[in-house]
Design a protein around this ligand. Structure first.
Ligand code: ADP
Ligand code: ADP
Ligand code: MG
Length: 670
């Protein structure tokens, strides 16, 4: 076994690998960018090397820097994690040239599966069923659009070099094909430096079911059953579970054996995932699944497989890379119970799941126990930056039945607190409680279909939330008065009492909040036993105290509630039951600024790069007309005209880097 390994990654997966390595007595070496100098993976590792500036292309993606760090630290092997260089055959080659073991498959196996078109052709030859479509070399517009017509709409255009749902467009009718093709090519060229695409039949009611495979250097290969990853937004997974709901044993075996066949066909070694698409309208059948692609690395959602098999897949990876045989044979592997994973992202479901950035003002995740597991790469106070993936953590729950596992995960999510930036936490908890999900009625259209249940409109903050924000502020005032009293050491001072009767003799005041642009007032009267709060729904008696862990415990007209309230400047985040609501202390100056900036201004929702400008000053535009395309956080965002009108200003230039909140265009409504 290795004595020391380098982890060429960051975030939760780097922390995950360190955990197993440490348990096996292996020294760990981290690499980090300037933005990650204080990151959790750096703190956990035995040794860490700076490899460059924040941008991944200048640090985590630079092969030479990583090899140099491995050499300098004496690491004998490199674990690439997922993303970054994990599926980069040239990197695997560079490792072997440097006499360092790449903890992953042979470079040729990565190459064989690297491009979706070649992989499909190879799988067809090996007798693995593939999705019907065109994956030939002729990339002319005509050939591709003819192929789409022949396959029959709807079709999916996919970047052959694609990954992470990028460079993919669903097309429902022939008229939309040309525009979709252009978009897919542009996204593919920018993300992968390769604009070749393939065309596939769009499978109806698609379910994404994937098989975890493992192979060693001694000719053994096994499958560790399936994961259902059908719950996706933007073709990206958010919730994964194992086993798949309603999976018949014979289909499991057929898919498992097809996946092992795929692995053997390319001389695979290590951990891999064979992704299949299933036509869910016909149920799971032994002849109803098609190969989509193979991911030649450890997958984000591997913990659900670990939970149901009781195996540590990173340990398996290390053993195989060190030349040992697989720890178990196929018939020693069993499924125990059910596991489900939710990916907690910094993103705003109410704004089309737009990634968010910012500081994690508060982060409280459940403690690991036998049932709930948390894989996180960040801690309270850390920054979710624009440079990397916006995933905050993975929360995984296991139990003997699916129903119990979902209930546990829901509880774990509702007991969590994330404040300071928009997250999908309440969305995830709602999915766990949704009747259709509980019934196992899953396919990749699930989230869109149930969006109104899963992402209810923002609405106004309720009175309870306002009361909690007010009480937190009042407690903070109390605390500062007490400090003042202690300083004067006058125990008869009016400030020494914590029950009000103060404010220069005032016995009441009004706290004014900004609730998403609307002014909300809370009247406060001090009484000997607490406060009377004046709210929209009437007056209530209230009291509050702070627990040792900082949580606010409140008594609102007899209802005992505990909440987390975090403040930063004028922003206040109130979290109750896993749902965070943002308020602000009202600031008249801010309100005026905001309204003048918004009128017709098209503002960059996040830092990004202008990819295309599609209008110019003076143009007459219709509401919804695309004005420009911004690339931010590895995704394209089309900014549209908010109303029919005339473009008054469009200063953005293609290729330009813009900051969050920058006014990129102004449209004057007609
Ligand atoms: P990536 O490399 O980006 O992961 P995949 O080929 O794995 O690309 O596809 C990503 C997702 O897109 C799948 O999980 C599935 O939801 C959807 N998808 C892919 N191919 C099809 C298809 N032919 N029909 C319907 N949905 C598909
Ligand atoms: P800021 O003014 O600090 O840029 P905004 O008030 O524009 O933030 O926030 C944009 C939207 O995102 C609002 O609808 C707000 O309610 C929501 N939001 C922001 N952060 C959170 C959070 N932590 N939890 C819930 N909603 C949030
Ligand atoms: Mg995929």
């Amino acid at each position: 076994m290795f004595e020391s390994i380098l982890i060429a990654n960051r975030g939760e997966i780097a922390c995950r690998v360190i955990k197993t390595a440490r348990a096996m007595g292996i020294r760990t070496v981290a690499v980090y960018s300037e933005a990650d100098a204080t990151a959790r993976h750096v703190r956990l590792a035995d040794e860490a090397h700076l490899i460059g500036p924040a941008a991944a292309r200048d640090s985590y993606l630079v092969v030479e820097k990583i090899i140099a760090a491995a050499k300098a630290s004496g690491a004998q092997a490199i674990h690439p994690g997922y993303g970054f260089l994990s599926e980069n055959a040239a990197f695997a080659d560079a490792c072997s040239r440097a006499c360092i073991v790449f903890i992953g498959p042979p470079a040729d196996a990565i190459r064989a599966m690297g491009l979706k078109d070649a992989a499909k052709a190879l799988m067809e030859k090996a007798g693995v069923p593939v999705v019907p479509g065109y994956h030939g070399p002729d990339q002319s517009d005509k050939t591709l659009s003819d192929a789409a017509k022949k396959i029959g709409f709807p079709v999916l255009i996919k970047a052959v070099a694609g990954g992470g749902g990028k460079g993919m467009r669903r097309v429902d009718k022939a008229q939309d094909f040309a525009a979709a093709l252009e978009g897919a090519r542009r996204e593919a060229a920018s993300a992968f430096g390769n604009d070749a695409v393939l065309i596939e039949k769009y499978v109806t009611k698609p379910r994404h079911v994937e098989i975890q495979v493992f192979a060693d250097g001694h000719g053994n290969a096994v499958y560790l059953f399936e994961r259902d990853c059908s719950l996706q937004r933007r073709h990206q997974k958010v919730i994964e579970e194992a086993p798949a709901p309603d999976m018949p044993e014979e289909v499991r075996r057929a898919m498992g054996e097809a996946a092992v066949k795929a692995a053997l066909a390319i001389g695979y070694q290590g951990a891999g995932t064979v992704e299949f698409i299933v036509d869910g309208s016909r149920g799971l059948r032994p002849d109803g699944f098609y190969f989509m692609e193979m991911n030649t690395r450890l997958q984000v959602e591997h913990p659900v497989t670990e939970k149901i098999t009781g195996q540590d897949l990173v340990e398996w990876q290390l053993r195989v890379a060190a030349g040992e045989p697989l720890p178990l044979t196929q018939n020693q592997l069993r499924i125990h119970g059910h596991a489900v994973e939710a990916r907690l992202y910094a993103e705003d479901p109410a704004r089309g799941f737009l990634p968010a950035t910012g500081r994690l003002l508060r982060l409280k995740l459940p403690a690991d126990d036998g049932h709930v597991r948390v894989d996180a790469g960040v801690e309270e106070g850390d920054q979710v930056s624009v440079h990397y993936d916006p995933m905050i953590a993975k929360v995984i729950a296991w139990d003997t039945t699916r129903e119990a596992a979902l209930r546990r995960l829901k509880g774990a999510l509702q007991g969590s607190v994330v404040a300071g930036l928009a997250t999908n936490l309440p969305f995830l908890a709602r999915v766990m409680g949704h009747a259709a999900f509980r019934a196992g009625d899953v396919d990749t259209g699930f989230i869109d279909r149930h969006l109104s249940d899963l992402v209810p409109p923002d609405g106004k903050a309720d009175d309870r939330t306002l009361a909690l924000a007010a009480l937190d502020h009042l407690l903070a005032l109390d605390e500062s008065y007490r400090v003042a009293a202690a300083a004067t050491s006058d125990r008869w001072s009016p400030w020494a009492s914590a029950n009000g009767w103060r404010m220069n003799g005032e016995t009441s005041l009004v706290l004014r909040f900004d609730d998403n642009g609307e002014i909300r007032d809370v009247g406060v009267a001090f009484t000997p036993s607490g406060y009377v709060l004046g709210l929209a729904t009437g007056e209530i008696a209230a009291r509050a105290a702070r627990r040792a862990d900082g949580a606010l415990v409140a008594d609102l007209a007899g209802d005992k509630i505990s909440a987390e309230v975090a403040c930063s400047g004028n922003d206040i985040y109130v979290t109750v039951g896993g749902v965070t609501r943002k308020l602000k202390f009202y600031d008249p100056g801010m309100a005026a600024d905001l309204s003048s900036a918004v009128g017709g201004g098209i503002v960059s929702p996040m830092p990004g790069k202008v990819m295309r400008v599609m209008a110019k000053a003076g143009d007459k535009v219709k509401r919804g007309a695309p004005l420009l395309i911004l690339e931010a956080m590895k995704m394209e965002h089309t900014l549209i005209a908010p109303a029919d009108g005339v473009v008054k200003k469009l200063s953005a230039v293609e290729g330009e880097q813009v900051s969050e909140g920058a006014v990129l265009a102004v449209v004057e409504a007609e």
